[in-house]
Design a protein around this ligand. Structure first.
Ligand code: NA7
Length: 887
C-alpha cells in the first residue's frame, strides 16, 4: 500500500503533534470523498481527506467478502461529472464485482491525482467546533490533528459493521470473520466446517462462494429475504444503447428520477391489470434481473400499498416454490414478514441447507461452534454477515462530535437522527454529511446521490466565500420541518412495515425511524435547489464583515404527494379553469378525471335515477361486497355547483364504501349556471329524502341516513341537514363535510393565504359563486349554512385542509356547530390541499384522513370501528389527527 502523502498546507505544532490547517477536511475516501476532493481542489480550497483504510475505496475497500458486488447496474453506478472519465472506463459486467469497483476508484484517484491529499491509516477520534476561531478541530488516532473551516463526513451509510449481539463470541476458538471487514489476505475456507450467520445481501452473495470451498456450510437464517436472479453478464444491450445514444440525457434523467436510475414512473395500478397482465409484467422483470426495475416498474402501487405489494410478493414466493423442490425448505426461504422492497432484496439465491432461527434461535456461541435451542453445531469458522449500524454508525463513530455551546451529536441524536436535508444539523455549524440520514442515500443509486450532495456542498462553500460568509448552520425551525417532511414521506412507502437497517431496527437499542429520505432523488434535488433559490432558506450565515443572514422557514410544508401533484399541474401551465367557460370547464374536468387511476373494486355499482323536485336525477350507488342491508350515506360531489356529476368523485365513493362497509349513493344534482341557487340545495334535499324513503329497495338499512359531501357537495350536505331539521325529516344520523363551502365572505385568511397555487384558486371560487348565486341571495342559509341556525343538527365530522382557500370557513362551521352543542369532530389536515382526499390513489397521504372519516361514519351509524384494509397501517402521525372540539 502506498504511504499516504499529504499536502503541505499550513501546519502548526501542538502539544500532541502538528495541527494541519485546511479550508475543508473530508472524512472518508470512498465514492463521496474522492469526488469532493476533486471538486474542492478545483474550486481553490485547501482540502484534506482523512481515511482510516490503507487506500481509497470506502465501503468497497472493506466489503471484500467472496461474491461482493453492487446491486445497481454498474453503468448507472459510476461517476458522471466528467465525460472523459466516462469514456476512459468500461465496465466488464452488468453488476461489477467488488475488485472491479475498487479498481475503478483507484483509477479515479490516479487520474485526478487525489492520493496526495489523502491521509490514509488515520481515524478521527473527536471533532470539536471552536466558536471563537469558527473552525473545527479534528483529533486523530495518529496524534496529528487537523483544523478546518468546514468538516465534511463522507463516511458512507453502510460502513460501520454491527457488533454481533450474540453471547459467547469471545469464547469461540476458531476463526471469526465479518463480511463488512473481510481480510485483505486470502481467507482459507477449503475443507473447513463453516457457519454463516445472516442472510441479507452480504450473506446471500457470499454463501454460494463459501459453499464452493467449505467442506460443510451451515447457514443460520433469522429472516428469509426476497432473492431474485441477477442474470449477470455483460451490461444489457438495451440499457447500454440508451446510455450510449444520449449519455448526457440519460444521466440527466437519472438525476431527476425517483431512485437515481432512469426508469419511467409506472401509472397502471395493480387492480387495473388482469392476473395474466400482472404475471406477464412480473416474468419480464424476473428475466431482466434488475433490482430497480423490479422495485419500480411492475405497477404503480407496488411500493406504496400493502395489497399491491402482496401480489408481487406472492409471485416471488411462487418462484421460490418452483425452484426449491423441498417444500419445507421452500417455506423456510419464503419471506412473509415484510413487504417486498421494504428490506433490501437480494439478487442471487442460496442453495444450501439452513438452520431456521425462528424455530431454533441461537442461544450462544461456544468454544467449538454455535448452540441453538435444539442443537450444537461444531464449526471451525464463523462468518458474521449480520449487517451494519447503518446511516448513523459511521458518523457517530467519531465520538464526541461537539458543536456549538458544547452540544454533542450523540446527545442530539439520542432519539434518532435529526438533520436538515440530511446534509446538516442545527447546532453544528460548517458540518456537512454526504448521503446522511434524511437524504435519499441508500434508497437511491448512491453514485447519483453522492454527486448531487458533493456538488451542493461545494457550491455553497464557493457562494459563501464570494459573499464573505464564514459559517453556515441549519435553523431549528428548518430542521424540525424537515423531520416532519421525512415522516410524511415515510407514510408513503412500505418501509415503515419492516424491521430493517433502514429504520435502525437491526441494532438493539437504536431509535426507530425510517432514516433515508423516501421522497425520491429528483424531488429531493429540486428541494435542495429551492433552498438555495429561497435565499438559503433555513440556514443562518455569518461572516466577519457582512450582516448575518437568516431566511428562516420550512422548505416543504405540503405533503410530499400533494407537492408532486401541484408541481405536475404547474408544469402543465394550464390556463385558469374559469377561462374555459362552464362547458369547457366541464370538458376539462371530464378529461382530467379520465386520466386518474380507476377506483378500487366494490361489491356492486348500480346506476339509477331518483325523483327530484322537478324531475328525475341520476345517481350512482356503490354497494359493499359484504352481505347487506348496509347503512346508507347520501353523497354530494364537488365542483362549485357548476362542475361534476354523480360519477365525478367515483374513486372517493368507492374508497369510502370499502372502508365504511356502507352504501354510498352519489347524487347528480342540477348545476349552475343553467340552474342557479337554490336548485342544487333543493335537489340535494329532495334526493336525500327519496333515498331515505327507498332505503330498503336500495338494499340499505331503513332508518336514518347519513350525508356526506366534498367542497360544494359539502355545502349541500350541510344545508341538507338544516333543511331536514326544519322540514320535519327525514332523520339524518351524521354529516361528513369535506372541505365544505359554508359562507359567502372571502375575507378569512385562508382566502388570501391560499389564493393561488393550490389548484382551487380564489378567482375560481369567485367564478363559482357568481355562476351559482346572485349577491343578494348569498347570505341565505341554503348556500351559506354558517349564517343559519346550527342548533340541533346531526353529529358532524368536518375536514379542512391547510392549503385550501375554504379552510377557515370549514373551521368556522365546525366551531359554530360545537358552540351550538352539536357533537363535532374536526380534522385539520396538515400539508393537504382542497382535492387531497378525493384524489384517492394519487394523494396517498390522504389515507389516514379517509380512515378517520370512515371511522366517524361508522360511529354515526352506531357500528364498531372496522380496520380491514392494509393501508390503515399508515401511521397517522402528526399529519392529520382529528381533534375533538366538542363532545
Ligand atoms: P443486512 O441486510 O442487515 O443483513 C443482515 C443479516 O443478518 C440479516 O439476515 C439479519 O437477520 C441477520 N442478523 C443480524 N443480526 C443477527 C443475529 N444477532 N442473529 C441472527 N441473525 C442476525 O446486512 P448485509 O450486510 O447483508 O447488507 C447490507 C446492505 O449492503 C444491503 O442491503 C445492500 O444495500 C448492501 P434479520 O433480517 O435482522 O432477521
Amino acid at each position: 500500500m502506498p504511504e499516504a502523502m499529504v499536502a503541505s498546507s499550513a501546519s502548526e505544532a501542538t502539544s500532541g503533534g502538528t495541527t494541519q490547517q485546511v479550508d475543508v477536511a473530508v472524512v472518508g475516501a470512498g465514492f463521496a470523498g474522492l469526488y469532493l476532493l476533486h471538486r474542492l481542489r478545483k474550486a481553490g480550497f485547501t482540502a484534506l481527506v482523512l481515511e482510516e483504510a490503507g487506500d481509497v475505496g470506502g465501503t468497497w475497500y472493506w466489503n471484500r467478502y467472496p461474491g461482493a458486488r453492487c446491486d445497481i447496474q454498474t453503468i448507472d453506478y459510476s461517476y458522471t461529472f466528467d465525460p472523459e472519465l466516462e469514456s476512459a472506463w468500461k465496465w466488464s459486467e452488468k453488476y461489477a464485482t467488488q475488485p472491479e469497483i475498487l479498481r475503478y476508484l483507484g483509477f479515479v484517484a490516479d487520474r485526478y491525482d487525489l492520493r496526495r491529499d489523502i491521509r490514509f491509516g488515520t481515524r478521527i477520534t473527536q471533532a470539536t467546533w471552536d466558536q471563537a476561531a469558527e473552525r473545527w478541530l479534528l483529533t486523530t488516532d495518529t496524534g496529528a490533528s487537523v483544523s478546518c473551516r468546514s468538516y465534511i463526513m463522507a463516511t458512507g451509510c453502510l460502513s460501520a459493521p454491527k457488533p454481533p449481539e450474540i453471547d459467547g463470541v469471545k469464547d469461540f476458538k476458531g476463526e471469526v470473520y465479518f463480511t463488512g471487514r473481510w481480510p485483505h489476505d486470502e481467507v482459507k475456507l477449503a475443507g473447513k466446517r463453516v457457519a454463516v450467520i445472516g442472510t441479507g445481501s452480504s450473506g446471500i452473495q457470499s454463501i454460494p462462494l463459501i459453499a464452493e470451498q467449505a467442506a460443510h456450510l451451515t447457514v443460520f437464517q433469522r429472516t428469509p429475504n426476497f432473492a431474485l436472479p441477477a442474470h449477470n453478464g455483460a451490461a444489457p444491450a438495451d440499457r447500454a444503447a440508451l446510455l450510449e445514444g444520449d449519455r448526457a440525457g440519460y444521466r440527466e434523467q437519472a438525476r431527476w428520477s425517483l431512485a437515481g436510475v432512469p426508469w419511467p414512473q409506472q401509472m397502471a395500478v395493480s387492480w387495473q391489470l388482469s392476473d395474466a397482465e400482472r404475471r406477464e409484467r412480473f416474468e419480464k422483470a424476473w428475466a431482466a434481473g434488475d433490482l430497480v426495475y423490479i422495485l419500480t416498474q411492475l405497477w404503480a402501487d407496488q411500493a406504496v400499498d400493502v395489497d399491491g405489494n402482496a401480489l408481487l410478493a406472492e409471485l416471488i414466493r411462487e418462484k421460490i416454490r418452483a425452484i426449491v423442490k423441498d417444500p419445507e425448505m421452500a417455506a423456510a426461504l419464503s419471506p412473509h414478514d415484510h413487504p417486498f422492497g421494504a428490506k433490501r432484496p437480494c439478487l442471487n439465491r442460496p442453495n444450501v441447507t439452513l438452520v431456521n432461527l425462528r424455530q431454533e434461535p441461537i442461544r450462544s456461541i461456544t468454544a467449538s461452534g454455535i448452540k441453538t435451542d435444539k442443537r450444537n453445531f461444531d464449526v471451525e469458522t464463523i462468518v458474521f454477515a449480520t449487517g451494519f449500524d447503518a446511516m448513523t454508525g459511521a458518523i457517530m463513530a467519531v465520538h464526541p462530535i461537539t458543536g456549538r455551546d458544547g452540544k454533542s451529536l450523540s446527545d442530539v441524536w439520542a432519539h434518532g437522527p435529526q438533520t436538515y436535508l440530511g446534509l446538516t444539523v442545527a447546532g453544528f455549524p460548517n458540518l456537512f454529511m454526504i448521503t446522511g440520514p434524511g437524504s435519499p442515500s441508500v434508497l437511491s443509486n448512491m453514485a447519483v446521490s453522492i454527486e448531487q450532495h458533493a456538488d451542493w456542498v461545494v457550491d455553497r462553500l464557493i457562494a459563501m466565500r464570494e459573499a464573505g460568509f464564514t459559517t453556515i448552520e441549519a435553523s431549528e425551525t428548518a430542521q424540525a420541518g424537515w423531520g416532519r417532511h421525512m415522516a410524511d414521506c415515510s407514510t408513503l412507502t412500505l418501509h415503515r412495515l419492516a424491521n430493517t437497517w433502514y429504520t435502525g431496527a437491526n441494532v438493539p437499542g437504536k431509535a426507530w425511524g425510517v432514516m433515508p429520505y423516501t421522497g425520491g432523488v429528483g424531488p429531493y434535488r429540486s428541494i435542495c435547489n429551492e433552498v438555495v433559490n429561497g435565499g438559503m432558506l433555513g440556514f443562518r450565515l455569518t461572516g466577519p464583515n457582512v450582516a448575518e443572514q437568516c431566511n428562516d422557514g420550512e422548505i416543504v410544508r405540503l405533503q410530499p404527494d400533494v407537492r408532486l401533484v401541484l408541481n405536475m399541474l404547474a408544469d402543465m401551465k394550464l390556463p385558469p379553469i374559469e377561462s374555459f367557460g362552464s362547458q369547457g370547464a366541464r370538458d376539462f374536468v371530464a378529461q382530467f378525471n379520465a386520466s386518474r387511476p380507476v377506483g378500487r373494486p366494490v361489491g356492486e355499482v348500480v346506476d339509477g335515477t331518483l325523483q327530484g323536485t322537478d324531475g328525475p336525477l341520476r345517481y350512482r350507488l356503490y354497494r359493499p361486497a359484504t352481505p347487506g342491508p348496509h347503512p346508507i350515506v347520501v353523497y354530494f360531489h364537488g365542483g362549485g355547483w357548476v362542475l361534476g356529476d354523480e360519477q365525478s368523485d367515483d374513486p372517493f365513493c368507492r374508497d369510502m364504501c370499502r372502508r365504511t362497509g356502507m352504501i354510498f349513493v352519489s347524487v347528480d344534482y342540477r348545476h349552475a349556471p343553467e340552474h342557479r341557487f337554490p336548485t342544487a340545495a333543493e335537489d340535494g334535499y329532495a334526493a336525500m329524502r327519496w333515498i331515505a324513503e327507498h332505503a330498503s329497495e336500495l338494499g340499505g338499512k331503513p332508518g336514518p341516513v347519513m350525508v356526506a359531501g366534498w367542497s360544494a357537495g359539502g355545502n349541500i350536505a350541510a344545508v341538507t341537514c338544516q333543511l331536514a331539521r326544519d322540514r320535519g325529516g327525514p332523520q339524518i344520523s351524521g354529516q361528513l363535510l369535506v372541505c365544505p363551502v359554508t359562507d359567502c365572505t372571502f375575507d378569512r385568511p385562508s382566502y388570501s393565504d391560499n389564493a393561488t397555487g393550490y389548484f382551487l384558486t380564489r378567482s375560481l371560487m369567485y367564478w363559482f359563486w357568481d355562476l351559482y348565486c346572485s349577491p343578494d341571495d348569498r347570505t341565505d342559509p341554503r348556500v351559506s349554512p354558517l349564517r343559519g341556525n346550527v342548533e340541533n343538527l346531526p353529529p358532524a365530522f368536518v375536514v379542512t385542509c391547510e392549503f385550501d382557500p375554504l379552510r377557515d370557513e370549514g373551521v368556522a362551521y365546525a366551531q359554530a356547530l360545537a358552540a351550538a352543542g352539536v357533537p363535532v369532530e374536526q380534522l385539520n389536515a396538515r400539508g393537504q390541499f382542497h382535492s387531497s382526499f378525493t384524489m384517492v390513489d394519487v394523494v396517498i397521504t390522504g389515507v389516514s384522513g379517509r380512515v378517520q372519516m370512515a371511522e366517524a361514519l361508522r360511529r354515526f351509524a352506531g357500528l364498531p370501528p372496522e380496520r380491514k384494509h392494509g393501508d390503515e397501517g399508515v401511521r397517522p402521525g402528526p399529519t392529520a389527527s382529528p381533534h375533538e372540539i366538542a363532545a
